[in-house]
Ligand binder design. Structure first.
Ligand code: F6P
Length: 321
């Protein structure tokens, strides 16, 4: 029986479990055997394998995190580590490997692909920073988590007539900040892809308060800098009482949204269909509501220029403030 291996790697994201479930159940339905690999690429190196039946993936659709666990493997970055992984896969008879993770995990998958393993990437990261897909796994859920947190902050900021500077995740990408910012009607969004001027922002906030606003919210993507420093500058330039909050890993947890559950179910289903068609060395995603796939080379080529921020969407934000 042909064997599929599945692992989750890098920072976890809500919907990874649902993706694993879809790979397992579709794989079994189409006559494959499915093996779960624990703790990302570390598990590949250490042969931490477990055969997965339909029941093993019961009750995980709605759970955040990844029941296979995840890691950022230092050893797998070495050629020696990669060779160990290839040998272990071959020894276990695993012909197809599904890697659910972000950019770093994709680079690992591409290395295995060069060694003759038929690999597939599913975009598992809340950052939404993978090229050639409009969404990544967990992004939508994270937006909902951030939206709720902003609601709580708005209540207390309003009572005290304060400015709230909120730092969200996104090392190189402003997507969480931009989307959650629009969804929450914030007053300023600072992202690493666009220039920003803290004096100008402070001035706008001050004039908002003089028009009678009782609070203001400034959204800062992690890649821009620390919320605490930005809050300090805003206080200095505007004279307004300012507080900072780092949402941190709270953003990576929680039950996946309906979108993330359906998106991952579709991708997990599609990846098995690609195996049946003997298509491999590709990463999946969603474009115009279709599940699409592209070679790892094309994904990395897109990455050279970074996934561009949606400028049109930023314009929407600016026109709605
Ligand atoms: O890769 C996703 C991400 O959420 C980044 O935005 C963030 O910088 C990073 O993970 C933090 O992850 P960890 O603390 O797990 O290393």
């Amino acid at each position: 029986m042909k064997k599929i291996g599945v692992l989750t790697s890098g920072g976890d994201s809500q919907g990874m479990n649902s993706a694993i479930r879809a790979v397992v159940r579709t794989g079994l339905a189409r006559g494959f055997e499915v093996v779960g690999i624990r703790r990302g690429y570390n598990g590949l190196i250490e042969k931490d394998f477990t055969t997965l039946g339909s029941k093993d993936v019961g009750d995980i659709l709605y759970r955040g995190g990844t029941f296979l666990q995840s890691a950022r493997s230092e050893e797998f970055r070495t050629e020696e580590g990669q060779m160990k992984a290839v040998n272990n896969l071959k020894e276990a008879g695993i012909e197809y490997l599904v890697v659910i993770g972000g950019d770093g995990s994709y680079r690992g998958a591409a290395k295995l692909s060069e060694q003759g393993i038929k690999t597939y990437g599913l975009p598992g990261t809340i950052d939404n920073d993978i090229p050639l897909t409009e969404y990544t796994i967990g992004f939508d859920t994270t937006l909902n988590v951030v939206m709720e947190a902003i609601g709580n902050l708005r209540d207390t900021m309003s009572s005290h007539e304060r400015v709230s500077v909120i730092e969200v995740m996104g090392r190189d990408s402003g997507d969480i900040a931009l989307h959650a910012g629009i969804a929450s009607g914030v007053d300023a969004i600072l992202v690493p892809e666009l220039p920003w001027d803290i004096k100008e922002t402070s001035e706008k906030l001050r004039s908002g308060f003089s028009r009678g606003k009782t609070h203001s919210i400034v959204m800062v993507a992690e890649g821009v800098g620390k919320a605490e420093n930005i809050a300090h500058l805003i206080k200095e330039y505007s004279g307004l009482d300012t507080r900072s909050t780092v949402l941190g890993h709270i953003q990576r947890g929680g039950t996946p949204s309906a979108f993330d559950r359906i998106f991952t179910s579709r991708m997990g289903h599609k990846v098995v269909e690609l195996m049946e068609k003997d298509i491999y060395g590709v990463a999946l995603g969603m474009e115009k509501n279709e599940i699409t796939y592209h070679s790892f080379e094309d994904i990395f080529a897109g990455r050279e220029t970074k996934k561009a921020l949606n400028k049109k969407l930023y314009q929407v934000f600016e026109d709605l403030i």
